[in-house]
Design a protein around this ligand. Structure first.
Ligand code: GRF
Length: 199
């Protein structure tokens, strides 16, 4: 059983899907804690309802990023995660944080990377006029949305789509993509440059 720590900032639908996949044994893992920089995040509320240890650590209460991250790391360490799962976590991680959990941090991004990294990926895709977008699950490195790719799933971008409509279509693929990526990681892997080789 792998131990998953989830970091989130918002509604937490990816967290819920991952939690459910653990409950049904689709994933040989358990969510050991949820941490949010937003103490009132919906995802934190959901975690508490499910009995998952949940911690709101408000980044605005800390003097700087290092102090905030030290508190997050101390909280994670108490739960000894094998993987740190970013699921709608809206803070950049420092290189020290990334090094601390090297090749063990995952993220989901709502575009087909390397297109449209950063915020508002769905709006970027609509404004650019691409015909296909999707989601990417990747390992986190020091770059912004640039680590080795684990899983991608695509969706069409339809004429007249609003960013919100595209976001909903992409979200429909996100949960399955994240679970697929985590199932593969739980089975063992190694990282060779930009490639992740699964056992
Ligand atoms: C998702 O669109 C994900 O791709 C992005 O943030 C959103 C999180 O959604 N990184 P949720 O909080 O998991 O519902």
């Amino acid at each position: 059983m792998k131990r998953l720590a989830v970091l989130l900032s918002g509604r937490g639908s990816n967290f819920l899907a991952i939690h459910e996949a653990c409950a049904t044994k689709e994933l040989p893992a358990e969510v050991v804690c949820v941490v949010s920089n937003k103490p009132d995040a919906r995802g934190i509320e959901k975690a508490r309802e499910l009995g998952v240890p949940a911690f709101g650590i408000d980044h605005k209460q800390f003097a700087n990023r290092a102090a905030y991250e030290a508190e997050v790391i101390a909280t994670l360490d108490r739960h000894a995660p094998d993987f740190v799962i970013l699921a709608g976590y809206m803070r950049l991680l420092s290189p020290d944080f990334v090094a601390r959990f090297r090749h063990r941090i995952t993220n989901i991004h709502p575009s087909l990377l390397p297109s449209f990294p950063g915020v508002d990926a769905q709006r970027q895709a609509v404004e650019y006029g691409v015909k296909v977008s999707g989601c990417t699950v990747h390992l986190v490195d020091e770059s912004l949305d640039g680590g080795p790719i684990l899983v991608q799933r695509s969706v069409p971008v339809l004429d007249g789509d609003t960013p919100e409509e595209l976001a909903t279509r992409i979200l429909g693929q996100e949960h399955g993509a994240y679970i697929e990526a985590l199932r593969k990681l739980c089975g063992g892997y190694r990282v060779d440059g930009r490639r992740v080789i699964f056992d």
